[in-house]
Ligand binder design. Sequence first.
Ligand code: APR
Length: 293
Amino acid sequence: MAPSTDMSRFHQTLHKSKHIICVAGAGLSAASGVPTFRGAGGLWRSYNALDLATPQSFAKDPSRVWQFYHMRREKACSCPPNPAQMALAKLFVPDLLSTLSPGATFTLITQNVDGLSLRALRDLTANPQLECPPNLIEMHGRLFDTICTACGEERENLDSPIAPALAGTEGIVEAQEDEPDIPLELLPRCGQCGGLLRPGVVWFGEVPKRLEEIDVLAKEADLCLVVGTSAIVYPAAGIADTVRQEGGKVAVFNLEGTPADKRANFRFLGPCEETLPKALFGGLEPEMMLQEG
Ligand code: APR
């Protein structure tokens, strides 16, 4: 059966859901100005993923890989959270989540590494120091984390640029001109042991984070929002399958059709920065809903 596009039926489902999860992809950040991977202007249309997003490509050419991730860090930190991220951030606030379904739980499982969902939550709560809550799962890691290839230390690093030698290379990478070959000793180094750092993202061929927890969440979810993902990269693409198999409902928010549609009970085509706030809060500001209640 074709997925429903009926917003009021979606609201009925939302209001009775007790365990809500959201699986998000690059389309969630598109309105902020962060490029997606596969759509028009997508990164993997202009750059070869296998040259830049695998452990092997980093071992072969760390200078090139670091310049690519430096460019993405610089872009992400200059992009503000958008209305779809702000709407999801509200679901982390128990009083606001309760206006949708009293006593419900919410977990955001994002494939995005740009940190914008946490920034949206920090903006919403006016707390720039807020730690990442446990129910925000960044399953593909974080652009702003580094991992030491020698001692294994993993830590947040918000420096811009992350190493002086990378300053200005973002323009070269974006223009797809020949990038300089930066010597190893000038690439980002560990503050503890001096080893070479790598970006704290999950590359192709590596295991995404917190998979066991995600499986448990998918099995107990009665509603899964699938937002702005092409739904072709596994294991993230399989989360909605698990939800459906276990009897939960799936609602897809995307600009266009994706393989996730075949598991969808609801599908809202259009920019998620418009459809998602409407679907969650019906166009009403939740602060107003709180006052009314
Ligand atoms: N609103 C809703 N959907 C959008 C919007 C928008 N404003 N803009 C783009 N989209 C949709 C596109 O139609 C597409 O289906 O977002 C999706 C983006 O797909 P991808 O670029 O493939 O991104 P994603 O699904 O997150 O990719 C998964 O692939 O390379 C890896 O690790 C990377 O986490 C990433 C993974």
